[in-house]
Design a protein around this ligand. Structure first.
Ligand code: PLP
Length: 383
């Protein structure tokens, strides 16, 4: 039996989302832009999905753009702002952003922009004084994540918005990991742009949303037809949009219960800390997502631990800590100053609302033996 604990990488599709999608993969296959009865059915379903997303995020449905996922939303936000404000050529990001943000920053630099990277402390908390000092009159956009995909550390959005808006820059939030796990209320938070991805909260893969606050005009990222009110060309992925909408509705009903997930995560962490020596939980001193545990075991390789767990049917990740063949800790671990001995032995365990207490007990039971074996073999390898 598989124990799936890699929910920050992707999640299982909620059965309710699958059920909502099926008619649009089978008999209701009309193009949402068509004037006939099947077209109207699809169009109505897209309208309903937009309402479901808006209800979860606390915004107006007209501010929601459907797209293919987090990466597209990030590209659209940055490149849209870059094009819309040609006199502002300065951008600010944190040192622990997702590789999609980092890659777009490289593109910005190649195209004449300047990018300031704001650091974090050892717990992964953003340096707010440095953020404030980094924003200039020519800063077009500050882009910060709501929650880190590796450590689960949450950035204080209210405070960030206060700082960024106080200095007159636009604020983009990559909420890919936060949606469904932490409350977000765009009616209260003066964020200008925010992106999310369906497959991170039990929606289908290849679906996402970009929130663009009313009044902010960005050129379409995808040139084409009139779809999405001219903001993204291409026939709408109706089944995907319907599944994403349903996943938002489910997330809204489950949000009050995420505390159960954090209790399971905390149980796992205390079990591990009481049975295994030399473990460090990265970011445990900061506010974190309720589902994420990013733990470093000194004296072993995270990749080897991942493989041993996988042999026993347990799916975890190294974050992007040290992907196969890459012998350097991730940029997140480096930004958090994690000593190399712990960084190289890091794995990320990420729960979902489907994770059970039995699964957590099973993993806490098997980890001490595996860690001991790996540490012993690592020691032999060195002599
Ligand atoms: N941003 C963060 C924080 C993520 O964790 C991810 C996915 O891992 C992305 C962006 C990219 O999202 P997608 O896979 O939908 O392109």
């Amino acid at each position: 039996m598989i124990v799936y604990l890699d929910n920050n990488a992707t999640t299982r599709l909620a059965p309710e989302a699958l059920e909502a999608m099926l008619p649009f993969l089978q008999e209701s296959y009309g193009n949402a832009g068509s004037g006939h009865v099947l077209g109207h059915l699809s169009e109505g379903a897209v309208v309903q999905a937009r309402d479901q997303v808006a209800a979860l995020l606390g915004c107006s449905p007209a501010e929601i753009l459907f797209n293919s996922g987090g990466t597209e939303g990030i590209n659209h936000a940055f490149r849209g702002v870059f094009e819309a404000f040609p006199k502002k050529r300065h951008f600010v990001v944190s040192a622990v952003e997702h590789p999609a943000v980092m890659a777009v920053c490289e593109w910005l630099k190649l195209n004449g922009a300047e990018v300031t990277v704001v650091g974090v402390d050892d717990e992964g908390r953003l340096d707010l004084a440095a953020l404030e000092a980094s924003i200039r009159p020519d800063t077009a956009l500050v882009s910060l994540m709501a929650a880190n995909n590796e450590s689960g550390v949450l950035f204080p959005l209210e405070k960030l918005a206060q700082i960024v808006k106080g200095k007159g820059a636009l604020l983009h939030v990559d909420a890919t990991q936060a949606i469904g796990k932490a409350a977000l209320d765009l009616a209260r938070l003066p964020i200008d742009l925010l992106n999310g991805s369906g497959h991170k909260f039990h929606g289908p893969k290849g679906t996402g949303v970009l929130f663009i606050r009313r009044g902010l005009r960005l050129k379409p990222f995808m040139l084409g037809g009139h779809q999405e009110r001219g903001r993204r060309g291409g026939t709408e992925n109706v089944p995907g949009i319907v599944g994403l909408g349903k996943a938002c509705e489910m997330a809204l009903t489950h949000l009050p219960h995420v505390v159960a997930m954090s209790e399971l995560r905390d149980q796992l962490e205390s079990a591990i800390q009481s049975t295994i020596p030399d473990v460090h939980i990265h970011g445990a001193g900061a506010s974190r997502l309720p589902n994420t545990s990013f733990m470093g075991f000194q004296g072993l390789e995270g990749e080897a631990l991942l493989l041993k767990l996988s042999e026993r049917g347990v799916c975890v990740s190294t974050g992007s800590a040290c992907t196969t063949g890459q012998k350097e800790p991730s940029h997140v671990l480096r930004a958090m100053n994690v000593p190399k001995g712990y960084a190289m032995g890091t794995i990320r365990i990420s729960l979902s609302r489907y994770t059970t207490a039995e699964e957590i007990q099973k993993v806490s039971g098997m980890l001490p033996g595996i860690v001991e074996d790996l540490r012993r073999s690592d020691l032999f390898a060195r002599v």
